[in-house]
Design a protein around this ligand. Structure first.
Ligand code: FE2
Length: 301
């Protein structure tokens, strides 16, 4: 009998710890290359494709990789010929596509029971599909969302780091990331490799990466398909708020205590900040201005 769609490789789930998982998605019809070529065509017309060539390295600034190392081919051409394309391609926010939203729901509904028990409030659900040529590298970076990353085809080495290790990502880098979506202070150093948790991913294997766990990926010597399912929770929203608060305090010349150092102080700060943010959002809406809502069911595009 088939097992669960996603299985944890340990008995317990800690939302702030990296861990290995396994899955049963390799044969899913939506994750075969013919389906992905069609999806790439649909998403490219909506500017939901990100790509760069295989000349990007671990140390390339993540945000600048597409302009520094351009891939000139269309999504359709790249995906259909990925073995020879010398390219890295990500199909972004695939939940924007009605067909692929069903895949995002299928997977995140499957993990939700064990996630909700310890990390409730799932929102901003999303899916990302990475199709990469042999040897292509995903530069070192971090993301806001919790992330189940699953290998579908080919092999890759996923380097990850503890999101709480301030020797890899400083407190200031966390503040800038949450407050301004800036990865300016997220900088690669070759010495980080020795401190990484490495996942040697093959089809059927995967990993869970908590929000802001830095990562870097080296593809193996064949084409690869990898898919990520991502979301926020009440805890990631609260952590973002605390970092934004600390960033603002620092901008006013103060030296805020690091997030997580004092639960009591964090509770007070979170209560004040969330009351402030709610009244600010009410005011902006009254003025007819848009407000980012990170409690939406799906990440918007
Ligand atoms: Fe990422």
């Amino acid at each position: 009998m088939a097992g669960p769609l996603i299985s944890l490789e340990s008995d317990s789930f800690d939302p702030w710890k990296l861990q290995a998982v396994s899955h049963r998605l390799c044969g899913h019809p939506l994750l075969q290359i013919e389906s992905l070529v069609a999806l790439g065509r649909r998403l490219e017309s909506r500017k939901l494709v990100r790509t760069h060539s295989d000349t990007a390295t671990a140390g390339t600034a993540f945000g600048d990789a597409p302009s520094l190392h351009p891939n000139q081919r269309s999504a359709e051409e790249t995906l259909a010929g990925i073995a020879e394309a010398r390219a890295w391609m990500s199909l972004l926010n695939v939940q924007a596509d009605p067909v692929y939203r069903t895949l995002v729901d299928e997977v995140l509904d499957a993990v939700r029971p064990f996630v909700d028990r310890v990390d409730p409030g799932m929102s901003f659900r999303g899916g990302w599909i990475f199709v990469t040529s042999p040897g292509a590298v995903t530069p070192f970076h971090m993301d806001h969302e919790h992330n189940f990353i699953l290998q579908i085809r080919g092999k890759k080495r996923l380097y990850t780091w503890d999101p709480l290790d301030r020797g890899i990502i400083s407190e200031r880098a966390q503040e800038l990331f949450h407050d301004q979506h800036s990865r300016e202070e997220v900088r690669w150093d070759e010495s980080f490799r020795a401190r990484a948790r490495v996942f040697d991913l093959e089809p059927g294997m995967g990993g869970y990466m908590p929000s802001t766990a830095p990562h870097m990926v080296e593809n193996g010597d064949e084409p690869s398909i990898t898919v990520s399912f991502t979301y926020y929770t009440a805890a990631t929203r609260r952590r973002e708020l605390l970092y934004r608060g600390n960033a603002r305090m620092r901008a006013h010349g103060m030296s805020p205590s690091p997030v997580g150092q004092s639960p009591l102080r964090d509770n007070v700060k979170a209560a004040v900040l969330s009351a402030y943010m709610e009244s600010r959002a009410r005011l902006l809406r009254a003025l007819g201005r848009g407000v980012r809502d990170n409690k939406l069911d799906y990440a918007p595009t």
